[in-house]
Design a protein around this ligand. Structure first.
Ligand code: IMP
Ligand code: MG
Length: 190
């Protein structure tokens, strides 16, 4: 990766490494989109993005799918401004769509503990959808501890705290075109 950072609004000094490059994300989304097109042939898909982290992956994935796909959004909170899941999920913004009989594909940025997704799957399944599946760009190792089937996964990454491509730390870094490991010195209090 050799982007020109001269005009970028960020400094690479905040990161220990790049976990997933812009090119890797693009190639992976091509593959996942091809698989989704095949799996949902003849069906109408409702993409449900989880704000705010999923905005980038939603935008890039949706543009690789047929124009018949619909998008809806939900905002939930499980983290506050820290780096660990609290386990308590609150709905900050609910869906506009009625899920009855719909083929729902949840689009997620990352699965860490899996607590958010596990809660979300239960919640959306209870609304009468025909099917509810998950596409997540990133997955951390802890996710295996929760019984959730994730149909489409982009990358399995180490459990370091990452930012970029929608992922934030205290609302920052979402606009990076790649996913980077945040230097612990940026978020540690000591
Ligand atoms: P989980 O409930 O632990 O699976 O966490 C899910 C949510 O926490 C994700 O959708 C992200 O918004 C956020 N999250 C988890 N890991 C990270 C990370 O490394 N960086 C930024 N946000 C994260
Ligand atoms: Mg999220």
């Amino acid at each position: 990766m050799s982007p020109d950072f001269a005009h970028a609004a960020f400094s690479m000094d905040d990161f220990t490494s790049v976990a997933v490059t812009e090119q890797q994300i693009s190639d992976k989304l091509d593959q996942i989109a091809a698989q989704i097109r095949e799996d949902y042939e003849g069906k109408e898909v409702l993409l449900v993005g989880v704000l705010k982290g999923a905005v980038m992956v939603m935008a890039d994935l949706a543009r690789r799918l047929p124009p018949s796909v619909e998008m809806d959004w939900m905002a939930v909170s499980s983290y506050g401004s820290g780096t660990k899941s609290s386990g308590v999920v609150r709905i900050l913004k609910d869906l506009d769509a009625d899920l009855t009989g719909r083929h729902v594909l949840i689009v997620e940025d990352i699965i860490d503990t899996g607590m958010t997704l596990s809660w979300l799957l239960g919640n959306l399944r209870s609304r009468g959808a025909e099917s509810v599946e998950v596409a997540a760009l990133l997955r951390k190792p802890d996710a295996v501890q929760v019984e959730i089937s994730v149909r489409y996964v982009g990358f399995d990454i180490p459990s370091d705290f990452v930012v970029g491509y929608g992922l934030d730390w205290a609302e920052k870094y979402r606009t990076l075109p790649f996913v980077a490991v945040l230097k612990p010195s940026v978020y540690s209090e000591d």
